[in-house]
Design a binder for this molecule. Structure first.
Ligand SMILES: NC(=O)c1ccc[n+]([C@@H]2O[C@H](COP(=O)([O-])OP(=O)(O)OC[C@H]3O[C@@H](n4cnc5c(N)ncnc54)[C@H](OP(=O)(O)O)[C@@H]3O)[C@@H](O)[C@H]2O)c1
Length: 273
C-alpha cells in the first residue's frame, strides 16, 4: 500500500476535508473524488484532484476507497459499486455513523476488507480526532493506509471492539456540538450579566479554545487542571459547585447515552435487510 491510490465517494463536508488534508501529503494525482454536484466537484478540482461524476471510474482506480456519504446512502452506494470493488479487492473505509462493518461487507458481497472510521467536525480544520475499527479481512498494510488517510485531518485511535464505535461516536463524533453548546450557553450567561453580545461570545469562544489546548496536551489531567484554577472560596469554586449541584456530570452521562443509543439505532435500522 506504499503508493496506494485513494478514491473518495462524496465531496461534502467530510469528503472535501479528507481530500484537502490528503492533497497536502501526497501527489494529488493519486487521489480521485466523485460527487453528483458540479459545485462540489469544482472545489475538489481546485485542489488539483481529479473530480468525477461517475463513482465507478473512481472505484476502478482506487486501492483504498472512502465512503463519505450520509449513512442513509451507504447501502445503495455499496450495492452499486460492489462488482468493481470485488474485482479489484479494494479496501473500503466508511465514515458513516452507525453503519456496521458486517452490513457494508454484505452489501459489497464477497469478503471485502472494511474499515470503519468515525472522524469529527474539527477534521475540517485538520484538528479532528478519529476512531477506527477494522474487520478481519483488513491487512496490517491496509490498516496502516487507513490511519494515514484519517491521519491527514485528525489524530487516530483504534478500537478492537466494533460495538464501542457507537460509544466513540457519542463522545468524539457528536462531541464538538457539546462544546459549541457550552460556548452558546456561556455567551448567553455573559449577556445576562450585562456584557455586550460580541464581547461575551469572543470571551466564551476564546476560553474554550485556550482550555481545549491546555487539556489536549494533558488529556488525563482534566480534573487536575480544573482543581488548579479552582481556588478555595473563590469565584470558580462557587460556579463549579453550582454546576455539579445541578447535575452537570449526570447530564453528560445521559446525553452520551442518548447519542450512543441513536448510533446503535441507526446501525440497526439502516443495516436491516
Ligand atoms: N460532517 C462531519 O463532521 C462528520 C463527522 C463524522 C462522520 N461523518 C460522516 O461522514 C459522512 C458524510 O457526511 P458529510 O457531512 O460530509 O455529508 P454531506 O455534506 O451530505 O456530503 C455527502 C456528499 O455525498 C454525495 N452523495 C450522496 N450519495 C452519493 C453517491 N451514491 N455517490 C456519490 N456521491 C454521493 C452527496 O450528494 P447529495 O447531497 O445529493 O446526497 C453529498 O454531496 C456521513 O456518513 C457522516 O456520518 C461526518
Amino acid at each position: 500500500m506504499q503508493n496506494f491510490s485513494i478514491g473518495i465517494i462524496g465531496a461534502g463536508n467530510m469528503g472535501l476535508a479528507l481530500a484537502s488534508g490528503l492533497a497536502l501529503r501526497m501527489a494529488p494525482g493519486r487521489i480521485a473524488v466523485s460527487d453528483p454536484h458540479p459545485d462540489k466537484r469544482q472545489r475538489v478540482s481546485d485542489l488539483g484532484i481529479s473530480a468525477l461524476a461517475d463513482n465507478d471510474s473512481v472505484v476502478a482506480r482506487a486501492d483504498l476507497l472512502v465512503l463519505a456519504v450520509k449513512p442513509q446512502a451507504v447501502r445503495g452506494l455499496c450495492t452499486a459499486i460492489a462488482p468493481t470493488v470485488r474485482d479489484r479487492q479494494v479496501l473500503v473505509i466508511s465514515v458513516a455513523a452507525g453503519i456496521r462493518g458486517a452490513d457494508i461487507a454484505r452489501w459489497l458481497g464477497g469478503a471485502p476488507a472494511v474499515i470503519r472510521a468515525m472522524p469529527n467536525t474539527p477534521a475540517l480544520i485538520n484538528a479532528g480526532v478519529s476512531v477506527l475499527w477494522a474487520n478481519d479481512q483488513a491487512t496490517a498494510a491496509q490498516r496502516q493506509a487507513a490511519a494515514t488517510v484519517l491521519g491527514a485531518v485528525s489524530e487516530v485511535f483504534w478500537l478492537t471492539d466494533e460495538a464501542l464505535m457507537d460509544a466513540a461516536t457519542a463522545i468524539s463524533g457528536s462531541g464538538p456540538a457539546y462544546f459549541f453548546l457550552m460556548v452558546e450557553a456561556l455567551t448567553v450567561a455573559g449577556v445576562a450579566l450585562g456584557l455586550p453580545q460580541d464581547l461575551s461570545a469572543a470571551l466564551a469562544a476564546g476560553t474554550a479554545a485556550g482550555a481545549g489546548r491546555m487539556v489536549h496536551d494533558h488529556p488525563a489531567e482534566a480534573a487536575l487542571l480544573r482543581a488548579r484554577v479552582t481556588s478555595p472560596g473563590g469565584t470558580t469554586e462557587r460556579a463549579i459547585k453550582s454546576l455539579l449541584g445541578e447535575g452537570f456530570m449526570e447530564m453528560f452521562g445521559r446525553a452520551a447515552l442518548a447519542a450512543r443509543d441513536r448510533s446503535r439505532e441507526l446501525g440497526e435500522q439502516l443495516g436491516a435487510a
